[in-house]
Write a protein that binds this ligand. Structure first.
Ligand code: COI
Length: 354
């Protein structure tokens, strides 16, 4: 694929204090853009200065939400080189989302070429501080000016990038999670397994309610019985019950997280029993009451491995591990970030160098 590169004449000042990056506020100097038209396919791949885009007010994405996205990171290692964590998995998943939303797929090798090219142009934006990284957001949306409901004929694929710190302002401090019993995020047969904006829009009301009660995230239950645990929305969830890691199985309504998959693979390698199965919130509460709920943690690209300190289900508030990070959670965090930042050998074949 040929990619045209147009560099900015007005490079921005890079953040001086990398401890204050926050998440997703700051954008680099460039972005990747490629267009799709029915009959022509994907065309005009380019890296251009980061900036606003012109869109018809009738653009289909604004009305019917035909949009998908991904999230991955570029990490700087101690020797200054830059690397990605399993980027192939992101672009494979992007095509799975694309298929569900009738969006034209992008060959994984083309998406990877776009990723490498745009990060190479903005490589000086990859933070130098431990825990900070360049968060990368590829996305595709339908842009035809048309008010009828049908799949688009015109799409944009873009990649924007944001030097970021921890997703949660609390860093590695345990997060408090509120179990949602009124609304649901997704149902089987719906779009829960895709990364599409609508899934996140569906979560906002509950997230607001949770914030009012001083909980930072919402844990979703299944859309039919509201009994079985699904995911948090910004991350998958795992429970350590009596030494065994249990996480909800993927059955169409849960996102197939790359960190989730990696954690399961690490547990297998370490000889820790890790099971994907249906798990009800009642089972978690019972394990808590029996003193067997050892640890709870979330997994996600943005969240990495994030300890859960409090879980509230109705009137029941469970404090997990004295609101401190658990042993396995810490080990997984150290191993994942160790590989990502090049401090530990990549014995799983997960690292791709820029
Ligand atoms: C990610 O972990 O990269 C995501 O896309 C989740 C998002 C809520 C930040």
């Amino acid at each position: 694929m040929e990619i045209r590169i147009e560099k900015t004449q007005n490079p921005k000042e890079k953040p001086q204090d990398e401890s204050k990056l926050g998440f997703g506020h700051i954008f680099t100097d460039h972005m990747f853009v490629m267009e799709y038209d029915t009959g022509k396919g994907w065309h005009d791949a380019r890296v251009v200065p980061y900036g606003n885009i012109e869109l018809s007010p009738a653009a289909m994405v604004l009305h019917y939400g035909q949009e998908i996205f991904e999230g991955l990171k570029a990490y700087r290692t101690a020797d200054g080189s830059i690397q990605f964590f399993r980027p192939v998995e992101n672009f494979k998943r992007m095509n799975i989302s694309a298929e569900r939303l009738v969006i034209p797929e992008i060959p994984v090798e083309d998406a990877l070429q776009a990723l490498h090219t745009v990060v190479e142009v903005d490589k000086d934006w990859v933070p130098h501080t431990d825990g900070a990284s360049l968060y990368i957001r590829p996305f595709i949306f339908a842009a035809d000016p048309f008010l009828g409901v049908r799949p688009g004929d015109k799409y944009y694929f873009m990649i924007i990038m944001s030097p970021s710190g921890a997703y949660y302002s609390t860093g590695l401090e345990p997060v408090s999670i509120y179990v949602e019993t009124k609304y649901v995020r997704a149902v089987r047969g719906g779009m829960g397994f895709t990364k599409t904006g609508g899934n996140y829009a569906a979560s906002l009301h509950s997230q607001d309610d949770a914030h009012k009660l001083n909980y930072s995230q919402v844990l979703w239950l299944d859309g039919i019985e509201q009994k079985y645990i699904e995911e948090v929305g910004s991350m998958n969830i795992m429970f350590v019950i009596d030494g065994e890691v249990v996480t909800p199985q993927l059955q169409g309504s849960v996102l197939s997280g790359i960190t989730r998959k990696s954690v399961l693979e690490l547990c297998k390698k370490w000889g820790i029993k890790a099971t994907e199965r249906r798990i009800s919130i009642q089972e978690v509460a019972d394990a808590y009451d029996a003193g067997k709920l050892d640890e709870v943690f979330g997994t996600g690209t943005a969240a990495v491995v994030s300890p859960v300190g409090h879980l509230r289900w109705g009137d029941k508030v469970m404090e997990i591990g004295n609101n401190k990070i658990g042993q396995l959670t810490q080990r997984l965090y150290d191993t994942m970030t160790g590989m990502q930042y090049g401090k530990l050998p990549d014995d799983m074949g997960w690292i791709e160098k820029l």
